[in-house]
Design a binder for this molecule. Structure first.
Ligand SMILES: *Cc1c(COP(=O)(O)O)cnc(C)c1O
Length: 357
């Protein structure tokens, strides 16, 4: 894949993150972006890196009407030895292609996705923050751009990658969150698009999340669409329970996003000889476990937080604590192991790290 590069003019460069500077999430973007076009019959072409800036789209572009969009999320960071690294980017690239297949968008060879990432991250290397835990968040995105209001797969597609510096997720400590069990709204149904990383799933989740925030909760726990009985995900993370010493998580049954962090957690737990079960989990079983103490830990997993401990559930108007509302031992062990591997402090036994340079 040939990538042409147009660098941003010297006088248009924006200030890069300084050491110790407070960085939020998703509100600042680096100088450059990667773009590539697809046309049916022609395939992918015109791979290019250009200054970050607005896209030009017809108001009739299909994505704006029928939501034909997918995305990914990953991080580039400086390891302890100064190398710029990505964590399991092949998994994100393969998932992008699975999301693409579900949403009738074209796939991109994994190696081409990596070449694009590498070229972009290298060029905007100075944008990777150097503070502990901070990183350069990477957002590959694909949209249907054909102008026209017919409901069909777009014959023209744009793939782009934007990046931006983000602060450490746990700037204020590894604190457990308060969860509201969502009994009215659902995120995704089996046979729907829940296992694709597509914007529509997020649009569908906003109202429940907003109402939960208004009531003082941090996230919602999604139940299955059919029965409102089985646990699915927490906010935008996969969910795990430590129940009677066993690590339990719902299976990938079609409505759940197959998280890279989820897979990482399962791989490590199996390596540590901890009993693991991917099985349907009833919310009543969890509430009962929280009440009688057999549920010792609950945590979410995702790229942004890595591990996010859950301190309590609220369901049927009652709040129940998990593990006395404190961060569990296993959550902490996983967090330390995964971040340790990422930063090169713990041996990368599974070849999860890809160096960008
Ligand atoms: C991205 C995402 C996750 C987490 O996936 P990771 O690959 O671990 O970052 C979980 N649930 C949803 C709904 C997501 O969109």
């Amino acid at each position: 894949m040939q990538i042409t590069v147009t660098q941003v003019a010297e006088n248009r460069r924006r200030p890069k993150p300084n050491r110790g500077e407070k960085l939020g999430f998703g509100n600042r973007f680096s100088d450059h972006m990667f773009l590539m076009d697809f046309a049916s019959g022609k395939g992918w072409g015109n791979a290019r890196i250009v200054p970050y800036g607005p896209l030009s789209l017809a108001p009739s572009a299909m994505v704006l009407h029928y939501g034909q969009e997918i995305f990914e999320g990953m991080k580039a960071y400086f390891a302890r030895d100064g190398a710029v690294c990505l964590f399991r980017p092949d998994q994100n690239a393969e998932r992008l292609n699975r999301s693409a297949a579900r949403m009738c968008l074209p796939e991109i060879p994994v190696e081409d996705q990596f070449a694009a990432l590498r070229a972009l991250v290298r060029l905007d290397r100075e944008w990777i923050p150097r503070d502990e835990g901070a990183s350069l968040y990477i957002r590959p995105t694909m949209i249907g751009t054909e102008a026209g209001l017919g409901v069909r797969p777009s014959a023209e597609v744009l793939f782009f990658i934007i990046t931006g510096p983000v602060g450490a997720y746990y700037a204020r400590g590894f604190d457990p969150v308060r969860i509201l069990v969502e009994e009215t709204y659902v995120r995704a149904a089996r046979g729907g698009t829940g296992e694709a990383k597509t914007g529509g799933n997020y649009a569908a989740s906003l109202l429940a999340a907003k109402k939960a925030k208004e009531k003082g909760f941090d996230q919602v726990l999604w139940l299955d669409a059919e029965h409102r009985r089985f646990v699915e995900e927490v906010g935008t993370m996969n969910i795990f329970f430590v129940l009677r010493g066993e690590l339990v998580t719902p299976p990938l049954s079609g409505s759940i996003l197959p998280g890279v962090t989820r897979d990482t957690v399962l791989t490590l737990a199996r390596e540590w000889k901890i009993p693991v079960a991917e099985r349907p989990v009833e919310i009543d079983e969890i509430l009962k476990g929280a009440a009688d103490g057999t549920l010792s830990e609950t945590f979410g997993s995702g790229t942004a937080a890595v591990i996010s401990p859950v301190g309590s559930f609220s369901c049927h108007g009652k709040e129940i604590q998990v593990g006395r509302g404190r961060t569990g031992e296993f959550s902490l062990r996983l967090y330390r192991e995964i971040t340790g591997i990422q930063y090169g402090e713990i041996e990368d036994r599974h070849h999860w790290i890809r160096r960008v340079e």
